[in-house]
Design a protein around this ligand. Structure first.
Ligand code: MRU
Length: 350
């Protein structure tokens, strides 16, 4: 199944509960948009494109839940639901992008409320289907950057689980493997939620791609000892100048890659670009509950002493000077990003 999908026989929304993987494969089912918003916050679903598609289907649920009999009241309910869903997580721009896209694509719908309900679901499904197609196009562009025999460092999870299907940076790696290139992946474990050790390792096992999990702080050593030739990551929001917000730890990885002349490639669908922001300083960075950092156990015991406190930013911003090229569905963009990025982003045609 896809990571997120609409069940047309029950008119419910369902998604893989990523908190439980790899130990348990469970599908969570929703018929309430407020619960979808909570599931995004709690990371039942995570990864920027998957969050965007989940929010889109959440809005389709809101349309279904609304008791409005006329189109104007339904539209008002959709705006309320969209505002609620947008609050779920702040950094991934796909969330607001998907909701705004549905609201603007349906602005000219007239007639019955049911007509609008149907149009919202059609647009949500379109967003989901396009995501898969876009990922495969990005993968084809990105795979050309990987040579036979390369070892690639990858951060967080950017695979099928982070998207509707296939993946962004991990999709590039998967494509290169399917093309017959012999590649090896060093999987950053990705503290504190361990998306690398849990989800990326689980996906790579299924694709048959050889890998080793490394602790995040080992990446610099692998880069300086020439044991890795490329770095591929995803993004939650990329600003107009090419600054890239992604999972915490990406910035340190990019610094180490730059210091060792190892190419660093974010793989970024244009739905993840926010050209309204001139630079990465303006990207809102989510700070999550300190319990995610403090909950670490070793030999069955809690690691930090009682009363310890923690800081837990979920993302950081990698400045564009550290970025070799940005892989998009329309091709690979190279510096100067402030000039070139906008040429690759086609405006949304509602
Ligand atoms: O906190 P998460 O797991 O949602 O963070 C995900 C990432 O940082 C990914 O790299 C990003 O969303 C791009 S993946 C397609």
């Amino acid at each position: 199944m896809r990571t997120v999908e609409w069940n047309y026989s029950t008119s419910q929304f369902q998604m893989i509960d990523q908190r439980l993987l790899p130990g348990e494969f469970k599908v969570a089912v929703y018929d309430d948009y407020g619960k979808v918003a909570q599931a995004i916050t709690n990371m039942v679903v995570r990864g920027a494109p998957a969050i965007g598609a989940a929010a889109a289907f959440g809005l389709a649920l809101a349309a279904q839940q609304s008791i409005a009999k006329d189109i104007e009241n339904l539209r008002a309910d959709l705006i309320t639901a969209s505002d609620c869903l947008k609050e779920a997580r702040p950094t991934a721009v796909n969330l607001a992008w998907a909701l705004d896209r549905i609201l603007s694509a349906t602005v000219d719908i007239h007639g019955s409320a049911d007509h609008l309900r149907e149009a919202v679901l059609i647009e949500a499904q379109k967003i989901a289907d396009e995501d898969v197609e876009i990922n495969k196009r990005m993968a084809a562009h990105g795979a050309k950057l990987i040579d036979d025999g390369d070892t690639v460092i990858h951060h967080c999870n950017t695979g099928a689980l982070a998207t509707v299907d296939w993946g962004t940076a991990l999709g590039v790696i998967r494509m290169a493997h399917e093309q017959g290139k012999h590649i090896h992946v060093l999987v950053d474990e990705t503290r504190p939620r361990l998306q690398g050790a849990r989800l990326t390792a689980w996906e790579l096992t299924q694709y048959g791609v050889p890998f080793d999990i490394i602790s995040d702080n080992a990446a610099g050593s692998f880069l300086s000892s020439r044991q890795a030739q490329k770095v591929f990551v995803g993004s939650d929001r990329t600003a107009a100048n090419g600054d890239v917000a992604n999972k915490i730890g990406t910035y340190m990885l990019a610094l180490a890659a730059h210091d060792n002349d190892v190419p660093f490639y974010p793989v970024v669908p244009t739905s993840t670009m926010d050209l309204s922001l001139a630079s990465g300083d303006m990207i809102p960075i989510e700070e999550r509950d300190q319990a995610e950092v403090l909950g670490l156990t070793l030999l069955g015991r809690q690691v930090p002493p009682e009363g310890a406190t923690a800081r837990n930013p979920a993302f950081d911003v990698t400045p564009h000077r550290l970025v070799t090229g940005i892989v998009t569905e329309n091709g690979v963009v190279y510096p100067p990003f402030d000039i070139n990025l906008s040429k690759f982003v086609r405006p949304f045609e509602g």
